[in-house]
Write a protein that binds this ligand. Structure first.
Ligand SMILES: Nc1ncnc2c1ncn2[C@@H]1O[C@H](COP(=O)(O)OP(=O)(O)OP(=O)(O)O)[C@@H](O)[C@H]1O
Ligand SMILES: [Mg+2]
Length: 288
């Protein structure tokens, strides 16, 4: 077990001093290997707050997060002295808003910062920067540019490259494909999947796209109003009658199957994962 949440609560202190409980009694375990997890839930449900606990960027107000055996809790004064650097290298977190992550003068220096901070030599960091920039779909010419003069999608890719360069054991991505065009989104999702397949490391992606959940995830977590309300297989989530009460949509393919079943009086024993199977099912089971 790499990350374990035990009854974690998190309270934000608002500008006017009003407390806001963003996480409510969260219990959750995440393994280092083998999982491709999506974290979903409506806006403001606590997703970003939850993942910021995973590399101790914020500490629980009460309860405990254990990361690779290191216990992080607010009440323990000592935990502020714990060396968090090794944890941050093991669990790479890509922020929802790339502007929070980018700060160096050039893209290259920005990408090199993380690895060098964790003791990698300058030459090796330079080499990694050249590799990862291409992995995220940008040409090496971008390395010389300022991260501040890039488009939103380019910034997003650079911030992902910076985390990939640290070669974390667990990759946590807060809405990595928001603001990208459909082709860019698919390319990046395929990249995360290929990293996962190659290294068998756990990848956790926050998304609002149910197709991503259905097509890619082995496990899905649902946040609703600060509560973790679902932790299981995507197929069980989308069959759940509670789906709409959490303000979640169905993936396109499941929606199509449900509409076809209604109109044409055919049933799908298992929801198919690609359109060809839907077509085959209709051909097999429906005659006017
Ligand atoms: N710094 C802060 N101070 C006070 N309240 C905050 C702060 N950051 C977040 N919140 C509140 O905590 C709740 C959870 O926020 P969080 O960013 O975790 O939601 P989210 O699920 O990631 O939403 P989104 O899908 O919009 O990114 C929201 O209601 C938000 O208004
Ligand atoms: Mg968020």
């Amino acid at each position: 077990m790499a990350i374990k949440f035990k009854r974690v609560n998190y309270i934000y202190q608002g500008m006017d001093g009003t407390p806001f409980r963003a996480l409510k009694d969260i219990n959750l375990t995440i393994e280092e290997k083998g999982e491709f997890i999506t974290l979903i839930g409506e806006t403001g449900s606590g997703k970003s707050t939850l993942v910021q606990h995973m590399n101790a960027l914020i500490k629980p107000t009460s309860g405990q997060v254990e990361i690779y055996g290191i216990k992080i809790e607010e009440t323990k004064k000592k935990s502020s002295k714990i060396k968090l650097n090794p944890l941050r290298q093991k669990i790479g977190l890509v922020f929802q808003f790339p502007d929070y992550q980018l700060f160096e003068e050039t893209v290259e220096r920005d990408i090199m910062f993380g690895p060098m901070n964790f003791g990698i030599s300058k030459e090796e960091a330079k080499k990694r920067a050249k590799e990862v920039i291409q992995l995220v779909g940008l040409e090496t010419g971008y390395l010389e540019r300022s991260p501040f003069n890039l488009s939103g999608g380019e910034k997003k890719r650079v911030s992902i490259a910076g985390i990939l360069a640290m070669e974390p054991d667990i990759l946590v991505l807060d809405e990595p494909t928001s603001g990208l065009d459909p082709k860019g989104r698919d390319e990046l999702l395929e990249l995360f999947l290929s990293i996962h397949n190659k290294l068998n490391n756990t990848v956790l992606i926050i998304t609002h796209d149910m197709n991503t959940v259905y097509q890619y995830a082995s496990r899905v977590l649902v946040m609703n109003d600060g509560n973790l309300v679902f932790d299981g297989k995507p197929i069980d989530l989308f069959a759940s009658p509670k789906l709409s009460s959490w303000n979640l949509d169905k993936p396109d393919l499941i929606d199509l199957c449900d509409k076809l079943s209604e109109r044409l009086n055919i049933t799908f024993e298992n929801y198919p994962k690609d359109l060809e199977k839907v077509v085959a099912r209709i051909k097999a089971g429906y005659h006017e």
